[in-house]
Design a protein around this ligand. Sequence first.
Ligand code: P5A
Length: 443
Amino acid sequence: MFLSKLLIPILKNNPAEAKIKSHQLMLRVGMIKQSSAGIYSWLPLGFKVMKKIEKIVREEQDNIGAQELLMPTIQSSDIWKESGRYDDYGEEMLRIKDRQNREMLYGPTNEELITDIFRSSVKSYKSMPQLLYHIQWKFRDELRPRFGIMRCREFYMKDAYSFDLNDEEANFSYNKFFLAYLNTFKRLNLSAIPMAADTGPIGGNLSHEFIILADTGESKIYTDKRIFDVNFNDTVIENKSLKDLRSNYEKYYAVTDEKFNKKEFEKNVPEEHRLITKGIEVGHIFYFGDKYSKPMNSSVDHQGKKVFVKMGSYGVGVSRLVGAIIEAKYDDKNEVMKWPLSVAPYECAILDSGNKLDGHKVSKKALNVLDKLNMLDLIVDDTEDNISSKIKKFNLIGVPYQIILGSKTPDDAVEFREVGGKSEIIKISDLNKIEKIITSKRS
Ligand code: P5A
């Protein structure tokens, strides 16, 4: 956690090839490195943020009773031929042949593979419903990969799948994920709005995209502004309250481009509430009934009858969220980023300008502060930079709190500031105050 020892290759200026702020910042502070078109390595700083996002996504899946498993990235073409999607998926699918000349592919999504697991494992309706998820790399050979990790070819997705006996129960599962998504984005400090969306190559006729507003977003949206004021609190995982929750959102017109209908928009949204803008799709949920279970013959016995199971799938762009949070939180004008504490790469930075100990790069005071605050996730800037460039650097990296050990700070105290907020002088003997402030804001 000493900056000089970490692999954080910070650039002096914004890289010219990056068009949007998240891409610029991620390259600038050394979060990612492109390895080939649309394919990136995640360097320690970026990886740390993504892992923290993944943890929150996982916890909210676990909270609705979904079970985690792990499917491989490489799939056999056989199951895709069974579902009929092998040809439909087209050039976005990366197709590979193994040494036995078998047709394999790098999974762009997992509806087929999970259906295959389900059909060989579950025979009775008594084991229903099943909510299953994994967090795994996907590959889509996008025609125009762009904006860094926002639209890339290899990306990290949480994908979940539900299996139910009938439409009514499947709708309940859909609503559970709807709630899990609202909770996930709330914990990430994002205002992500569910909007009626097109289903594309996944299929079905019920679908919501979760969109956060951003000028640089690729999704055009048409919405009633009042949807941004919908609140949800302590929604229990129970059929009726989840139905109410969804209809609280659905009563407002909010759709993506493909679903837009001018007449309906003008009829349903009073002029003063209309908003046409752009957003970033951070999640997408689908209900498609027996689209996969029927051709793949995935059924259970129920009252002596064979019933094809009803399925839905639910995706969160875990790697895209890193960029989306930057788009939502970065203050371009002042070059200041502030990560929500729950996903910040470090909680607090110690910016040291004090007298260095013999043979050490860092002052005794900094080591003392570090030791006293060992409950926090800290980083110490022990480089040769002066204090104002250290502050600037950490404003950019986005660590939300800074402890400044400047030459003007009294010997027995530190300067503590929240990025974008005021600073205060705190006595070394009262350092637990800082610990309390930060730990109380963890979510
Ligand atoms: C749902 C889970 C699916 O694939 N099958 C399994 C369904 N949906 S989706 O909308 O196509 O993708 C889910 C989320 O993944 C992110 N995403 C991407 N992120 C970065 N680069 C890409 N090229 C990319 N494509 C999709 C989005 O956040 C999307 O909502």
